[in-house]
Ligand binder design. Structure first.
Ligand code: S3P
Length: 431
């Protein structure tokens, strides 16, 4: 357990009710920040994520020569118009793997030396996965035993044909961002179709790319133009509150302007199969992203779920909260093929298992997932977030139906993606 961290005490509630508009999606905010920083002109990005991670991306873009202004409710980014400046110091990505991996691809075609650093957690995360394709394109990248600190020695790049060995939208994005500025046509194949925000964002900023069942192709030498956009509400943040709603038959939750991109929305199908009553209203498309209002009601019969194969990759960020509420389901939740969870902001398999046990749950740890039996009663416990935002938030949701109070240690980690989480949790949880 870490010392000197913030502790939030979460008490049990009887239902979860209210209506909110969530801050902008973390994944889309990163991409808009980076592409706006490279583009010509000033982009206005309303409902930009309030999380620390996308703000790490904004700070890096400033160091690369972009001008960033907080205009209250929107962020404006004046891009460099195609050529990044040599940064005066290290590019500090904080806790953000997305910043480090995707930005490496964006800067690699630029002449200069770019040194990327991050916090203790990010410094342990694998970076070899982006070094492979970027070196194939002609960049030189120095890693420290496979991790950050990472130095990208940039320069003119050649297009490649690349088949992603792991299901990772960050790796795909690094290759597409480099391909956009390389010589020739970059072709990328993915075995599992990962989130496609980069493809939509590139098109929004004026780039042309082709996508079919085989993969994505992007021609090099393209330039980007600034956009005006509103970032859709973050579905991965919504996942916590939707799981809270699922726990109580009387719940009624309305989430406005929520991102519902089909490459992310497998979560909604799983929650419906578990018993969530869900209605989607006012669906519309903006810059290729689907946005809608979601109305969710809980269920008296909470069913279990089996998550494996490509579904595990599509739900990767939501697996901790699904596992945390699993003991309350009738038949439990099994997660397999999710080894990537071990190299996220923490080893999320080990930490979820340990924290479930701290609340009195029975759970079996697997190398690539876990088996959480259903029909269990949890007591309040002491939770270690491991400085991981999704662990802090997942167990705050499990705490809502425990028999006594739960202390979430390291609760400040929630601010990485969702600083409003605890105030909203108190507002929506009803005694
Ligand atoms: C993300 C992709 C996923 C996800 C992360 C955000 C993105 O990571 O876990 O939170 O925005 O592309 P991987 O690409 O490592 O799977």
């Amino acid at each position: 357990m870490q010392e000197n961290t913030h502790i939030e005490v979460v008490s049990p509630v009887r239902s979860f009710r209210g209506s909110v508009r969530l801050p902008g999606d973390k994944s889309i905010s990163h991409r808009y920040a980076m592409l706006a920083g490279l583009a010509k002109g000033t982009s206005k990005l309303a409902n930009f994520s309030t999380g620390a991670d996308p703000h790490s991306s904004l700070k890096c873009m400033e160091q690369l020569g972009a001008t960033v202004r907080d205009e209250g409710g929107a962020v404006s980014v004046t891009g460099v118009g195609g050529t990044f400046a040599q940064p005066a110091g290290d590019l500090d990505c904080g806790n953000s793997g997305s910043t480090m991996r995707m930005l490496a691809g964006l800067v690699a075609p630029h002449a200069g030396t770019f040194r990327f650093v991050g916090d203790a957690s990010l410094t342990k995360r694998p970076m070899e996965r982006i070094r492979g394709p970027l070196q194939q394109m002609g960049a030189r990248i120095d890693l420290t035993e496979g991790h950050a600190p990472m130095t990208v020695h940039g320069g003119p790049l050649q297009a490649i044909r690349f088949e992603t060995p792991i299901a990772s939208a960050q790796v795909k994005t690094a290759v597409l961002f480099a391909g956009l500025q390389a010589n020739g046509l970059t072709e990328l194949k993915e075995s599992v179709r990962t989130r496609d925000h980069s493809e939509h964002a590139l098109r929004a900023f004026g780039a042309e790319l082709e996508r079919d069942a085989e993969g994505v192709r992007i021609a090099g030498g393209q330039t980007l133009q600034a956009i005006e956009a509103t970032v859709p509400g973050d579905l991965s943040s919504a996942a916590f509150f939707l799981c809270a709603a699922l726990l109580f038959p009387e719940s009624q939750l309305v989430l406005d302007d929520l991102g519902m991109n089909p490459s992310r929305s497998a979560l909604l199908d799983v929650l419906v199969s578990m018993g969530l009553r869900l209605q989607v209203l006012n669906l519309e498309e903006k810059h290729g992203e689907l946005i809608g209002t979601v109305q969710a009601n809980g269920s008296a019969d909470l069913k279990g779920a089996e998550i494996s194969g490509s579904l595990s990759a599509q739900l990767i960020d939501e697996l901790p909260v699904l596992a945390a509420v699993a003991p309350y389901t009738r038949t439990g939740v099994t997660i397999r093929d999710a080894k990537e969870l071990r190299v996220k902001e923490s080893d999320r398999i080990a930490l979820v298992v340990r924290n479930l046990r701290n609340m009195g749950a029975e759970v079996e740890e697997l190398e690539d997932g876990m088996i959480v039996p259903g029909g269990q009663t949890l007591h309040g416990g002491v939770i270690d977030s491991g400085d991981d935002h999704r662990i802090a938030m997942a167990f705050s949701i499990a705490a809502l139906r425990a028999s006594s109070d739960t202390a979430i240690h390291g609760a400040e980690a929630a601010a990485i993606s969702f600083p409003e989480f605890f105030p909203l949790l108190r507002q929506l949880g009803a005694q």
